[in-house]
Design a protein around this ligand. Structure first.
Ligand code: G6P
Length: 369
């Protein structure tokens, strides 16, 4: 087993470090030679079909559901197709409102999650086209869906998902660009710029891993706390949910993610002296608003760790500690932001002496309801 861990103490740490390669492998073969377009040889969709889609339902569980939240923002921004993101165990019993032009996207690392598969089967039975995004070739999702896009993360062993999530994000970016091109909802320069930025991500993910020492120190300092809060707006909120889930799953610290603007509607009552608040502040158009929320929690003496761009000049002065993220487009921020949050959960779990790769009560793949 030690050999399988490639010199790392746990699978999770190994898998966190495999992200630059996993991202690269997921991009490979999906960008045109001139570097300006997305090519999905696996989707034989003509323009007519692409144009006929009038809404998208993304259905998933756990971390895959969190990737879906980013997927919604990305697809809506580039294509203006309305997207719902649904929890599979709810969706399968919800008698969802769809038409024949609703595309169902199921997203599942394992391709075997019972609720996600039940949703896939139910929607196929209703005659809807189902696209699966999965990491496992030959999985039930890959076999049963009408179309499949693979994430090429390689085997993920640790129960807490890391590289599967980042590669799911990559597939959503590529898919949104692919649809935008087919439907003509984005000019070619914008598409080329995003594609160019996507190609930088393996290198930036590598740089994001350099946050480990600061993250480790913070995790050790706060490992005995029973609560932590994550705040952010827009895409930062979606990533906050994933950061909070990671911490909960493996460190057993109660963690809550809140849309920063919603804090004052309840959660602010729980902010007391010394409570760790992790503030995600990458969305430039929302930065002033996020900073005003940071000021609110600082006024209650929380300890604020912020995640901000390396060139940030505004966030630093309002917080206790900053993790500087390698610069990419705000739109692609989730890919570099989630990495320090994964490391935070990892180091907190180690500091508490937990079984990192096999957290209590949880399974890698939930194949029963
Ligand atoms: C379990 C795992 C999670 C995973 C979720 C969905 O809860 O512990 O890491 O995100 O299932 O799994 P899937 O394979 O469908 O993505």
């Amino acid at each position: 087993v030690a050999a399988e861990k490639g010199g790392y103490e746990h699978f999770m740490l190994k898998e966190i470090h495999e992200q630059p390669k996993a991202i690269q492998d997921t991009l490979t073969g999906r960008i045109s030679e001139d570097g300006k377009h997305v090519v999905f040889n696996e989707l034989d969709w003509d323009q007519n079909y692409a144009n006929s889609i009038n809404q998208i339902h993304i259905v998933a569980c756990g971390t895959s559901w969190h990737a879906g939240l980013v997927g919604k923002a990305v697809i809506e921004k580039l294509t203006r197709i309305p997207v719902n993101v649904e929890i599979a165990s709810e969706y399968r019993y919800a008698d969802p409102i769809v038409s024949k032009d609703t595309l169902i996207v199921v997203i599942t690392q394992s391709g075997e999650t019972a609720d996600t598969m039940a949703a896939l089967r139910e929607m196929k039975k209703r005659g809807n086209r189902v696209l699966a995004i999965t990491n496992v070739v030959g999985s039930s999702a890959a076999r049963e869906a009408d179309d499949v896009l693979f994430t090429w993360a390689g085997p993920e062993i640790s129960v807490a998902s890391t590289k599967a999530y980042t590669t799911q994000l990559i597939v959503f970016y590529l898919f949104a660009l692919f649809l935008a091109e087919k439907r003509n909802t984005c000019d070619s320069q914008t598409i080329a710029d995003i594609v160019a930025a996507l190609r930088q991500l393996p290198e930036l993910a590598e740089k994001s891993l350099e946050s480990a020492p600061i993250v480790q120190q913070f995790a050790q300092q706060y490992a005995d706390k029973e609560d932590a809060f994550f705040i952010g707006r827009g895409l930062d909120f979606s990533v906050s949910l994933e950061g909070s889930l990671k911490l909960k799953e493996i460190s057993y610290i109660h963690a809550e993610a809140y849309a920063a603007g919603e804090l004052k509607h309840g959660t602010l009552a729980l902010i007391v002296e010394g409570i760790p608040v992790i503030a995600l502040a990458t969305q430039t158009h929302l930065l002033e608003k996020t900073i005003s929320n940071i000021v609110e929690v600082k006024a209650r003496d929380a300890f604020v760790l912020a995640l901000a761009w390396e060139d940030d000049t505004q966030v630093e002065s309002t917080v206790d500690e900053v993790i500087r993220l390698p610069r990419t487009l705000d739109f692609l921020a989730p890919v570099v932001t989630v990495i320090p949050l994964q490391l935070l959960a990892y180091y907190a779990s180690v500091a508490r002496g937990n079984d990192v790769d096999k957290p209590r009560n949880l399974a890698k793949s939930v194949t029963v309801e």
